[in-house]
Design a binder for this molecule. Structure first.
Ligand SMILES: [Zn+2]
Length: 434
């Protein structure tokens, strides 16, 4: 029996429902769902949340909820909608990012403007999008995993699991007893889980690779109070201590220097970091969140992140500190997957954001790439193609190819950027010393 997927696009995100094949007589779940969503007397291609719709959805769940438990989650979303809220429903919604973003913009416009204005406003919005990222979306699909609900990526059932990093399966003796986080738990990810990561690979990444990324955020985590596996980080340095008290970061330090415009704290400590491992930890995130079908061609990348190897040339990694709004998520990942044969562009690019820190990096060693993006010309062509990055200032391009351990001295500089001198902006500044 073939499965039909009905997709809902709402203001607070989307929902995909796999229902059985439509019955020719219009009976069964599919027919009842179509009737339930039908707005009588309305010719508009969108749907509106009405009390009648909420009631008939509740009845549908009572009838079919046992057969299709996902209906309960859909019902929850529908019941939570404001009366009058407009949304889209379709079979076979486009999977192409540029087409999808147009529809997402339509949902927003529908809910912000009067019906008579929708056409004009939607055109305006899609033109703006075209001007800004139009060309980018011609070449890339964007995938952004959600962190607000619990999701297991890859195979959910243990019997079906195959470790993405060593190809181990239950049958070949691998175990899948640990919960493998697609983004390290220490960075606040409690919900995005990878099914296809065996216990041995999980331990390897957790012990040897991920700490190089996590520790680079230590000061910042302590500032923000991001809870990891062991609760709130409490950092101790020979000359200072950073802790969190009732939502406020507290720094106790021996050496604090005040000037009119800044405060700097010498933490008196240092830590070890291997640049290539930091890069590998970033790529581990990408390889964890990608859909299985996109892993074809990334075999060499998987081998590189899973095994310690001598240093090789790598593309530079763009880093920046970009303030986020209070209600923006603390953690976000956007993976750009090239969809054409323009080999001057990398196959896979990722933006990883943790609070104010942004890393933009190319996934190296893809077999779908024909160049390594290690030369300046190759890198500049890639960078200039992404308007949201090349039009933002203050990027630092880090060469993280070295497999040699370096020592980093930690310090904090609090700069006073405001006009009236009352609003300090914190800026954890890491000084590299080899
Ligand atoms: Zn494994």
């Amino acid at each position: 029996m073939s499965i039909v997927t009905i997709e809902f696009m709402m203001l607070n995100g989307g929902f995909k429902l796999n229902v059985g094949e439509p019955n020719v007589n219009g009976e069964g779940l599919y027919g009842d769902l179509v009737r339930c969503l039908h707005n009588p007397g309305s010719a508009e291609p969108w749907k509106t949340a009405t009390p009648e719709l909420k009631l008939s959805m509740a009845q549908l769940v009572a009838k079919y909820g046992k057969l299709l438990p996902a209906l309960h989650r859909l019902n929850k979303k529908i019941q939570a909608m404001n009366i009058g809220e407009k949304f889209l429903v379709a079979e076979n919604m486009p999977s192409d990012t540029s087409e999808r973003s147009k529809l997402e913009a339509l949902v927003e416009v529908l809910n912000q403007h009067d019906v008579s204005q929708v056409k004009v406003e939607w055109e305006k919005r899609t033109n703006e999008m075209k001007n800004f990222v139009g060309e980018l979306l011609q070449s890339y699909n964007i995938f952004t995993p959600r962190f607000d609900i619990r999701i297991t990526l890859g195979n959910v059932k243990k019997d079906d699991r195959e470790c993405r990093f060593c190809s181990g399966t239950l049958a070949s003796g691998s175990l899948f007893t640990k919960v493998a986080h697609a983004v390290p738990e220490a960075l606040g990810n409690k919900t995005l889980i990878l099914g296809d990561e065996c216990d041995i690979c999980n331990k390897y990444f957790g012990d040897s690779v991920e700490p190089h990324l996590i520790e680079s955020f230590d000061i910042y985590r302590a500032f923000l109070g991001v809870r990891g596996k062991n609760g709130l980080p409490h950092l101790k340095y020979p000359g200072a201590e950073i802790t969190h008290h009732e939502g406020i970061p507290v720094i106790i330090a021996k050496k604090i220097e005040f000037t009119e415009s800044s405060i700097s704290v010498d933490l008196g400590g240092s830590r070890k970091l291997t640049p290539a491992k930091l890069y590998r930890a970033l790529c581990k995130i990408t390889l964890s969140v990608l859909d299985e079908k996109h892993l074809i061609g990334l075999e060499d990348t998987v081998a590189w992140i899973r095994n310690d190897q001598p240093s090789v040339a790598l593309p530079k990694v763009g880093t920046n500190i970009l303030p986020v709004k209070n209600d923006d998520p603390q953690l976000s990942v956007a993976v750009f997957i090239r969809k054409n044969d323009d080999y001057t562009l990398p196959h896979i690019v990722t933006e990883f954001r943790f609070g104010w820190f942004v890393y933009v990096y190319i996934l190296p060693f893809s077999r779908l790439d024909k160049q390594g993006f290690t030369s300046d010309t190759e890198f500049e062509r890639f960078w200039s193609f992404f308007p949201m990055y090349c039009q933002t200032k203050n990027w630092t391009f880090e060469d993280l190819h070295s497999t040699k351990e370096i020592t980093i001295k930690d310090s904090i500089n609090v700069k006073n950027n405001s006009q009236n001198g009352t609003k300090p902006i914190d800026d954890a500044d890491k000084q590299l010393e080899i």
